[in-house]
Design a protein around this ligand. Structure first.
Ligand code: UD1
Length: 421
């Protein structure tokens, strides 16, 4: 078990290169299972979720090699097993992304009910519904889904009753090799979904976004290999942006498309956090003496990302008045508020989805515990804004999605280091 020791109070200044997006790369890796030809991904972040999926794909008999630093080459020849181990699924919900590709290419797979962050119920019923609509037979027994499609999958109209990012992506992956046309209605619009579509097209898939929330896929008999660069991680970028604002600093972010951060930049605008996009595409976020309070509701893209509700609350503690956050996607995503309150935040939790945050307050160094990935970013930000030393446990949650978070912060002037505990 490791911990972060963070002494706050230093303004973060400088430039930081944002890594490839966690929520894109895991699906791009799964897409490589659709073909026996090599798929090469560049700008792959060094995060533990990539390692877990890499090990899982290797267990299946696929070859996954990190070539140099940020390049990964995947050759998914004949698998030894069509069985995804429980261990991978318990560590990471994105392991379920192997359902669509393995089922559509090989006609069967046994895959466990996934784990991942402990936020809300997070079922996979919509993934299962989509595969069944495409002709799969799926039985759930003893924690595993036994999925078969002996004659392959066929095209179907899949109308999601609510927006699901991975549900959309799994359906997309399955539809690329299905017979006929698949239409996905109420499809997710996240930039990471479009990054997956870009790779699939480069592999020869026929996919059109015929309306912002409608995808049409014409199945093809087989896909080829391709090379693809993973988009920058908008959530990592937003974390550093808040770091600049809450510490009174200024950070330039490169390697990320500010166009993917519209709803977040709108909130910065409303709060009075200075920011600009330079001609070379770098996004610079600064700080001001005081910030205006805001009311924010999370929503599917292009709305304000649910993953960013928690880190934004740290900025809300520094605003001049009462802000509010309404989490519309998950229930039970406000657990981190208890840890923030230990550090001096004044938060009234109205119910399991809504909270009011009063500011400005001085945050204090405390011993706190990270419960999930985004709560990790939140507590680090709060510790950087506090005027004392904090000890943060549960570091492994942060390593799932942030590449070298402490060295990037140290380069910006932060006092943070990792200890074995
Ligand atoms: C992805 C992101 C996660 C982000 C989330 C919402 C990855 C690896 N993870 O997760 O960081 O927080 O999108 O932006 O990309 N639901 C069902 N049944 C299903 C699937 C989902 O009821 O079969 C519900 C979920 O419980 C949730 C909502 O739909 O309430 C949205 O979930 P979804 O978009 O599917 O999240 P993920 O794709 O798992």
């Amino acid at each position: 078990m490791q911990k972060f020791v963070v002494t706050g109070g230093t303004a973060l200044r400088g430039e930081v290169r944002i890594a490839g997006a966690k929520n894109a790369v895991l699906k791009l890796m799964a897409a490589a299972a659709l073909t026996d030809a090599p798929v090469t991904l560049t700008n792959v972040p060094k995060i533990s979720d990539v390692t877990i999926l890499r090990e899982t794909m290797t267990d299946l008999g696929f070859h996954v090699r990190r070539v140099n630093g940020d390049t990964l080459t995947i050759s998914a020849g004949a698998p030894e097993w069509l069985f995804v181990p429980l261990e991978a699924a318990m560590k990471m919900r994105a392991s379920f992304m192997l359902l669509g590709p393995l089922l559509t290419r090989f006609g069967r797979v046994i895959i466990p009910n996934p784990g991942g962050d402990r936020i809300g119920r997070r079922p996979v019923d919509l993934h299962v519904m989509a595969m069944e609509a495409m002709g799969a037979e799926i039985e759930y027994r003893n924690g595993y889904y036994f999925a078969t499609a002996p004659n392959g999958l066929h095209g179907a109209t899949v109308a999601f009753p609510q927006v699901t990012v991975m549900g959309t992506e799994n359906t997309l992956l399955a539809a690329t090799l299905a017979r006929g046309t698949t239409v996905i209605q109420n499809a997710a619009q996240e930039p990471e979904v479009d990054d997956l579509i870009a790779l699939l097209r480069a592999m020869g898939a026929q996919i059109e976004r015929t309306a912002p929330d409608r995808l049409e896929i014409q199945g093809v008999p087989q896909l080829s290999g391709a090379e693809h660069r993973v988009i920058g991680d908008r959530l990592e970028a937003e974390t550093f942006a808040i770091g600049a604002a809450v510490t009174g600093g200024e950070i330039s972010l490169t390697g990320v498309d500010a166009g993917h951060m519209g709803a977040f930049l709108d909130v910065l605008e409303r709060m009075g956090v200075p920011h600009r996009t330079d001609v070379d595409g770098a996004l610079t976020v600064g700080s001001a003496g005081s910030y205006a309070p805001v009311d924010v509701e999370t929503a599917p893209y292009p709305g304000f990302a649910t993953d960013f509700g928690a880190p934004l609350v740290v900025l809300m503690t520094q605003a001049d008045g009462v802000s509010s956050i309404h989490e519309t996607i998950y229930e039970d995503r406000l657990e981190y508020t208890a840890e923030l309150m230990k550090m001096g935040a004044v938060i009234e939790v109205l119910d399991e989805r809504r909270a009011r945050v009063a500011g400005p307050v001085d945050l204090h160094g405390r011993e706190v515990q990270i419960a999930d990935l985004r709560a990790g970013a939140t507590l680090i930000l709060a510790a950087l804004a506090a005027n004392e030393t904090s000890i943060i446990s549960g570091v492994e949650h942060v390593d799932r999605g942030y590449e070298q978070v402490e060295s990037k912060l140290v380069a910006l002037g932060a006092q943070i280091h990792r200890i074995d505990a």
